[in-house]
Design a protein around this ligand. Structure first.
Ligand SMILES: NC(=O)c1ccc[n+]([C@@H]2O[C@H](COP(=O)([O-])OP(=O)(O)OC[C@H]3O[C@@H](n4cnc5c(N)ncnc54)[C@H](OP(=O)(O)O)[C@@H]3O)[C@@H](O)[C@H]2O)c1
Length: 204
């Protein structure tokens, strides 16, 4: 597939690459081995969230380097900031995006390339079942506009003020050890289990 993309992009001048593609296989919290069709879930998430980003960068970056100018925007997530039990395949893939982006920025900044990592919380799209927008959940168009306004100012961002404040509050109120402890509580496991059962009932 990537060879075909590379062939088709030959001769095109690409100044901005946005690696937006991403999938969250299970919206409800799911323990690693409880993921239905786990083999496919693993392969799909890795190909979609990680492999595509690296391959598209490999394909497009050389011409940017040649022109000494270019912008790469990679979509990570707030859940890439820390281990996120019950969604570890997704959150680990987003961690990868964050590390790859920061490393790439350091490697290519002096060659005129900006690599920005965008780490949203909730944005109302298909991925999160189009949750109603409010002060926490941004609409896709508002979020995209705000995030694009940060280009050139920061290479790692929550993308908008509301998400930056939420991210800050989460880090402040729930440092990693506290966060992991809370998520490991038996009562929370029960809540997750009830959510799962409700989801299964709705599917039937
Ligand atoms: N929405 C959020 O709350 C949120 C939060 C944090 C991070 N993010 C990240 O933001 C990015 C955009 O997500 P979104 O919310 O816009 O999700 P979305 O509405 O589900 O859209 C995802 C995009 O990825 C494409 N895609 C998904 N799986 C694919 C596959 N297997 N092969 C090819 N294309 C595929 C979709 O293509 P089609 O349109 O053809 O289906 C769509 O363009 C993702 O990287 C996501 O992880 C989103």
């Amino acid at each position: 597939m990537y060879q075909a993309i590379e062939d088709n992009l030959k001769g095109m001048e690409i100044g901005i690459l946005v690696n937006n593609v991403g999938m969250l296989v299970f919206f409800n919290p799911t323990r690693f081995l409880d993921m239905p069709n786990i083999d496919k879930a693993i392969m799909d998430t890795i190909s979609c969230n990680m492999l595509s980003l690296v391959q598209m960068t490999r394909i497009v970056l050389p011409q940017m380097v040649e022109r000494k100018k270019g912008l790469v925007i990679n979509l990570s997530s707030e859940v890439g900031n820390r281990p996120f039990p019950m969604s570890i395949i997704y959150s680990s893939s987003k961690r990868f995006v964050d590390f790859f982006s920061r490393g790439l920025h350091a490697e290519y900044k002096s060659l005129g390339i900006t690599v920005q990592c965008v780490m949203p919380l909730f944005v109302s799209t298909d991925m999160i079942h189009n949750l109603r927008t409010n002060i926490f959940v941004k609409s896709a168009s508002d979020y995209a506009r705000d995030a694009l306004n940060t280009v050139g100012y920061t290479n790692r961002t929550s993308g908008c003020l509301s998400h930056a404040l939420q991210s800050f509050a989460l880090a402040l109120l729930m440092p990693d050890p506290v966060f992991e402890f809370v998520l490991s509580l038996k009562t929370l496991e029960d809540v997750f289990e009830k959510l799962r059962q409700k989801d299964e009932k709705m599917k039937k």
